[in-house]
Write a protein that binds this ligand. Structure first.
Ligand code: S3P
Length: 171
């Protein structure tokens, strides 16, 4: 059984994924952490060195690797918020049965990712874009998340453990 979580930055994919995997007793993979360990660099360093397009290529390769590895087991994967930017990733995701799009408001996501306007944010896109640009990205991605996932969960006012429980019951 493979459960994949998608959604915008700051929606809580990693927290929900960790709780869910724990409940199900299956491995949990957070794609950003996986990429950092695989590359020996932080996401910010990868963006610095090879840009967003280079990062997207790695992200695609990693998604493929994980889907191939999953054939032998069960897993919960939380993806990076921009995975749906890549056509090839969306094509891989639509072939899966349990892809959940976690959706909250842009304001809530922004409050979490902006971190009070820290100068060095560990999300390079937050450093490089204004709030208005991030809001536009959020809007532009909505149909992409919808295209790539089987279920959309409105997680406004839901605690991470509640979201995990809803998903567990659906699987
Ligand atoms: C990104 C989201 C991040 C990370 C990278 C790019 C995006 O993951 O992959 O900074 O384009 O939305 P999270 O959604 O886990 O923050």
């Amino acid at each position: 059984m493979l459960i994949i979580l998608t959604g915008f930055m700051g929606v809580g994919k990693t927290t929900v994924g960790r709780i869910l995997a724990n409940k199900l007793g299956v491995p949990f993979v957070d794609m950003d952490y996986y990429i950092e360990a695989r590359q020996g660099q932080t996401i910010a360093e990868i963006f610095d060195q090879i840009g967003e397009s280079g990062f997207r290529l790695i992200e695609y390769q990693v998604l493929r690797e994980l889907l191939e590895a999953e054939e032998n087991g069960r897993m919960v994967i939380s993806t990076g918020g921009g995975i749906v930017e890549t056509t090839e990733c969306r094509q891989l995701l639509v072939q899966q049965d349990q892809v959940f799009y976690l959706q909250d408001t842009f304001e809530t996501s922004w409050q979490r990712i902006n971190r009070g306007g820290l100068i060095q944010n560990d999300r390079p896109l937050v450093n490089a874009n204004s709030k208005k640009q991030m809001a536009a990205k959020y809007e532009r991605r909505i149909p992409l998340y919808e295209e790539a996932s089987n279920y959309r969960l409105d997680v406004r006012r839901m605690a991470a453990h509640e979201t995990a429980e809803v998903i567990r019951k659906m699987c």
